[in-house]
Every structure is written in structure tokens, then in C-alpha cells.
Design a protein around this ligand. Structure first.
Ligand SMILES: *Cc1c(COP(=O)(O)O)cnc(C)c1O
Length: 382
């Protein structure tokens, strides 16, 4: 067993488990115990652990070319950019900037919006989460995450995630409004369609960029390829990361026609970003998560999941849709429950607050596995 904090910083509350292998919705620890994974490395392993197509794409590409950098072209990079631009359907002229993580995709979006409207303010909404680097953190209005690291980047403003507050805040001095159509890290809060429509209208009225952060809720997680499809509201740019490369570090700013031509040579960059291995993996993942039959299954099975969760004792609210859901507990400590789930039921979950458990099953989980997971959860709660 290799469980030691001796040389690791203390910024994570790690569970005392060492995982050694994964396949689909299952994980195995060093002692050979089998687990059901409803946490998926925080919405990363959407196509399950070690999906054969992803493993094959990585193996093949790693044996051919691993890195050349961004002063050249590689086939996987060019093809993944085209595929992302196409499936995002943001319009002709859409372009992609690759990064190595979600927070960097957000940084790129913010820099792009600021260059488009010089010195413009960036508006984000309460309960939003956009990452840990300074720009993204400045757009993440959560006291516990921001306060220790002040002063933050100037020119950011946070408003309530309501149509009225957004309409009042966006003006001709606004560079961008950034929000998650379904807020993930704060505990799965879907913004209603009216709020998203008001965001679109306010940005249109004042020429501000509307950026949707779909790093967690995108790529099929809610049962639609993009969470915005639910409200029928399109952004000017979208940030993606997490699930895109099946577990390899990756991110992307997909910039629609309004933002696609803002960056000029030398404006922004990243050494590793868009590397052939992560892009080859990304192409394999997109083939899987854009499958309409898979998405329909996630929608239908997500509805059944909501219904089953709502019947559990001590659950007073179920939020979210598809395979991005959270339960609000009464009289049970969510953090303790997650620890017990791991030890007693071999079920991998995540708590986003002392009362909230988040469920992020892989999109490829079978109906039997998902039923089994809810049964294990019911066992724990009763
Ligand atoms: C996880 C997340 C990020 C940050 O991504 P990292 O890869 O951890 O930097 C940004 N936005 C949203 C919505 C996220 O869920």
C-alpha cells in the first residue's frame, strides 16, 4: 500500500484508498476490492475507466509522436479542433485554442474577451466555479476560495444568477459574462432557461461576450451534448476540459465567430497544449459522447435516477439532470457518508458541502450498475 501524505501538500482531503486499476464504471484498490465509481475523477472519466478506444488511441499516438509544440501542425490537433468547432455548432468561423486544464481554458476565454473589449469588466455569478488560477479564481465568487489569495485580479464583478441581476449588471463597459449553465462544484445548480435567455439578451444589447463554462456540464454529462441546448441559448464561446481526453490533461476554448479572430500571433500560448496524444484521445472520446443513442440513454436513465434518489430517506431535494445530479441530505453528514460509502459499500461518491452529495456516473454505466449503486446508497442511508 502506498498511502502517505509525507511529501504531499495538504490542499486535498484525500480518502485513504489507493486505486490501482479501472474498467468502465469500476475501480479496484490495492487490496483487490472492487468499487462502483459515481465520481469519475470529478466528471473526467465520462466514457468510463480505460475505454478500449481511448487506450488504443493513446497507445498508437504515443508510439508515433508525443510532442512537437505549437509552432507546427499535427494531425490529431487539427482534426480535434475541427471536430470541436463542428460539434459546438457556434457558427461558421469558429476556432479552437487548446489548453492543458479547465482553468487555463477559462483564462484564455477571459483574455480573449478583454482583448476584444479593452479594460471591460468581467461578470460572473454567485455559486459559480471557474478554476483556481488568478483570472479564473477572480471569476469564482466564493469567499473560502478567494479570501486567502487576495488581492485578486481587478475588474471582476459577481451578481446573483437571476435574470434581473444579470440584466442590471451587463452594460456597455462589460467585456464578458461567464457562467456555468449547470453549476457543478457548488453542488449541481442548473440555471433556469429564463436566466440563460436574459444573459444572451443582455450581452447582445451591449456587445458583451457570453461565455459558457461547460467544463463540467458539457460533453454529454446532462444528456445533451451541451447543457445550453436545454434552454436553446447559444454562447459566443464555450470552455471545455475535464471529460474531453478521457483522463489526460486537456482543455479548450471554443470561440464562436464573435471571438474567433481576437487572438493574433504572440497574444497567448501554451507549451504542451494541443499535444498529439491528448488530441488523439479527445477524438476517440468525442466519437463516443456525440452518439445520439448514448445521450438519449443518459437522459432517460437520468430521469429514473432522479426518481429513485427522491425516494431515499433523508433526501430532501434532488438537483440536476442526466448524469450530473446532487442530493441534499437532512440529518446526515454528507462528508461522513462519502467516507462510509467508500469503506462499507465500495461506492465512490463526492460531497460538495456538509449536506450535499454529488453523483457523476460515467455516461457508459450500465442500467444494472446504476441500480446497484443506488441500492448501495439506500443501504447506507437507511
Ligand atoms: C473543474 C472546473 C474548472 C477547472 O478545471 P481544472 O481542470 O481543474 O483547472 C473550471 N470550470 C468548471 C465549471 C469546472 O467544473
Amino acid at each position: 500500500m502506498t498511502i502517505s501524505d509525507a511529501f504531499l501538500t495538504h490542499n486535498y482531503a484525500r480518502q485513504p484508498v489507493e486505486f490501482v486499476r479501472g474498467e468502465g464504471a469500476r475501480l479496484w484498490d490495492a487490496e483487490g476490492n472492487e468499487y462502483l465509481d459515481l465520481q469519475t475523477g470529478l466528471a473526467v472519466n465520462s466514457v468510463g475507466h480505460c475505454h478500449p478506444a481511448v487506450v488504443a488511441a493513446i497507445r498508437e499516438q504515443a508510439g508515433r509522436l508525443i510532442h512537437v509544440g505549437n509552432l507546427f501542425y499535427t494531425d490529431p490537433m487539427v482534426r480535434l479542433a475541427e471536430r470541436l468547432a463542428t460539434v459546438s455548432a457556434l457558427g461558421d468561423g469558429t476556432r479552437v485554442f487548446f489548453t492543458n486544464s479547465g482553468t487555463e481554458a477559462v483564462e484564455a476565454a477571459l483574455k480573449c474577451a478583454r482583448k476584444r473589449r479593452r479594460a471591460g469588466k468581467i461578470i460572473s455569478v454567485h455559486r459559480g466555479f471557474h478554476g483556481r488560477t488568478y483570472g479564473a479564481l477572480s471569476a469564482t465568487p466564493q469567499e473560502s476560495k478567494q479570501a486567502p489569495f487576495a488581492p485578486l485580479v481587478p475588474g471582476f464583478e459577481a451578481v446573483e444568477p437571476t435574470a434581473e441581476a444579470i440584466t442590471a449588471a451587463v452594460d456597455s463597459g462589460t467585456a464578458a459574462l461567464i457562467l456555468e449553465p449547470v453549476q457543478g462544484e457548488s453542488g449541481v445548480y442548473a440555471l433556469d432557461a429564463d436566466t440563460l435567455r436574459a444573459a444572451r439578451a443582455a450581452c447582445d444589447a451591449h456587445g458583451a461576450a457570453l461565455i459558457f463554462d461547460e467544463i463540467q456540464c458539457g460533453l454529454g454529462r446532462t444528456g445533451d451534448l451541451w447543457a445550453w441546448q436545454h434552454a436553446g441559448v447559444q454562447p459566443d464561446a464555450v470552455t471545455v476540459a475535464k471529460a474531453l481526453s478521457g483522463g489526460l490533461p486537456v482543455g479548450a476554448l471554443v470561440a464562436g465567430p464573435e471571438m474567433a479572430d481576437v487572438f493574433a500571433a504572440g497574444d497567448h500560448g501554451s507549451t504542451f497544449a494541443g499535444g498529439p496524444v491528448q488530441c488523439a484521445a479527445g477524438l476517440a472520446v468525442l466519437d463516443i459522447v456525440t452518439d445520439e443513442a448514448l445521450l438519449a440513454r443518459v437522459r432517460a436513465s437520468g430521469e429514473r435516477l432522479t426518481a429513485r434518489l427522491a425516494e431515499l430517506p433523508a433526501v430532501r431535494e434532488v438537483r440536476g439532470r442526466g448524469y450530473m445530479q446532487a442530493i441534499e441530505l437532512e440529518g446526515i453528514d454528507a462528508m461522513a457518508l462519502v467516507g462510509r460509502a467508500l469503506k462499507e459499500q465500495r461506492l465512490v461518491l463526492n460531497a460538495t458541502s456538509p449536506t450535499t452529495v454529488r453523483l457523476l456516473p460515467p455516461l457508459v454505466i450500465t442500467e444494472e450498475e446504476l441500480d446497484d449503486a443506488v441500492t448501495r446508497l439506500a443501504e447506507l442511508i437507511s
